[in-house]
Design a protein around this ligand. Structure first.
Ligand SMILES: [Zn+2]
Length: 415
């Protein structure tokens, strides 16, 4: 570690030497200004920049526009250190730790792994700025998608492409929930819903016929936004994954209405499947209502009715539900709602048919995603997010998990 420190000091000194820009020659003392006027060279100005080898001094020409009084440092643009005291390399590290763990934990990691001392606030600001930049680029991409202007994907078409989506609450600061109804009636909300979507592929199944997900094939999108906005986001991701040329397309989700609305709007023709565990939960709830405080009765009822569900005999099941007579108005209401639910989703509950095609019938991938993508980073104790901050970190986190973080920096360098 002592050697590393010494190398860093030597590196910083050498780098500082390289970052002493000369006074511009007489023909380079005027620059176009954003206002349409011309900025004039004034002087060399020095600023400190924290790099991977520690603090360096950059001395570069400063230009001022006499017309609008705007100043500029062309060298800062070139070095990608405009309006920041951190080099791109350090910002990349801050963003990386910031999407992975709490900002303060990230600060400690930078200190112990890279020997860099920064504040917790700096990690937060940088991670959010990079995340916001990624989110902005995605917005542009979504805009192009709506103009039907996305690049065509080339290569072998995938056999089976899946989309799963789900929603999960993230704790937010008070101002983000003003006027919003909480889960419990009359109680204010303390969370906002993050919509999470994933896309993955399947090429084979195991010897028992169960589907096998292609390793490392899952990519994620996530944001706190309306279903309409989220639909576009997921559509773009699906497009990138060659949705339009897949031999089989599947949308898997729970019973939430927005999920099936999006499926109809953006992914018409896909096989729609309701997560079997979710459907079974509906059954359990019914069993508990029909046989309160009667474990044996609940189990007996489940045995018969889960069998109907698992065998795709939805019609028979809904008829059975509708034929139950009860004096209890609340229970009658529940039975009606549930019968409607199963009737409405009947085509999405054809499990034997899906099984014969070796398809996934449980949405375990998105549920695991809710934990690994969202909860492990955004739902730690003591965390309260602004919508803007959460969306920036979500964009950053998905970019990293999708293996596109390096591409982002490559593109930034090329720009
Ligand atoms: Zn100007």
């Amino acid at each position: 570690m002592a050697v590393r420190s010494a190398m860093h000091r030597a590196g910083a000194a050498a780098l500082s030497q390289l970052l002493q820009f000369p006074v511009p020659s007489s023909e380079h003392r005027r620059l176009p200004c954003g206002c349409g006027g011309e900025a004039h060279y004034r002087e060399l100005r020095t600023k400190a920049v924290l790099t991977a080898v520690g603090q360096v001094q950059v001395s570069r020409p400063y230009y001022l526009c006499p017309q609008c009084r705007a100043g500029q440092f062309p060298a800062d643009r070139e070095l990608d250190v405009e309006a920041t005291e951190f080099s791109p390399g350090v910002r990349r590290m801050q963003a990386l730790v910031g999407q992975q763990m709490s900002f303060d934990h990230g600060r400690q990691q930078l200190e112990s792994l890279a020997g860099l001392t920064v504040t917790t606030k700096a990690v937060e600001r940088t991670a959010e700025a990079i995340g916001a930049n990624i989110a902005e680029q995605e917005q542009q991409e979504m805009h192009r998608a709506m103009q039907l202007d996305l690049p065509i994907v080339i290569g072998e078409p995938v056999p089976i492409l899946y989309i799963e989506m789900d929603g999960t609450g993230v704790p937010v600061v008070h101002k983000e929930t003003v006027g919003r109804q909480g889960k419990i009636e009359g109680q204010p909300a303390h969370t906002r819903e993050v919509k999470l979507g994933c896309v993955f592929t399947q090429t084979s199944w195991d010897e028992k016929g169960y589907p096998v997900r292609d390793p490392d094939s899952t990519s994620y999108v996530a944001a706190i936004e309306t279903a309409e906005e989220f639909g576009k986001r997921l559509y773009v991701e699906a497009w990138k994954r060659d949705w339009s040329r897949a031999q089989k397309n599947v949308v898997l989700g729970d019973g939430a209405e927005w999920i099936w609305n999006l499926a109809h709007q953006h992914f018409p023709g896909a096989i729609q499947i309701v997560d079997i565990f979710h459907a079974r939960q509906h059954l359990w709830e019914l069993a508990r209502r029909l046989h309160p405080n009667d474990d044996a009765g609940q189990k007996r009822w489940m045995l018969v009715h889960q069998d109907l569900l698992d065998h795709g005999r939805i019609k028979k099941f809904t008829v059975a539900l509708r034929s139950i007579r009860t004096e209890n108005a609340e229970l009658a209401d529940k039975l009606r709602t549930e019968a409607d639910y199963f009737h409405r989703n009947a085509l999405r509950l054809r499990y034997p048919k899906f099984r014969r095609q070796h398809l996934f019938i449980g949405s375990g991938v998105i549920e695991a995603g809710c934990k690994t993508v969202i909860a492990s980073r955004l739902k730690q104790s003591g965390m309260f997010w602004t919508v803007r901050g959460a969306n920036a970190i979500l964009a950053l986190r998905c970019c990293h998990l999708n293996g596109r973080f390096e591409d982002y920096w490559e593109a930034r360098r090329a720009a």
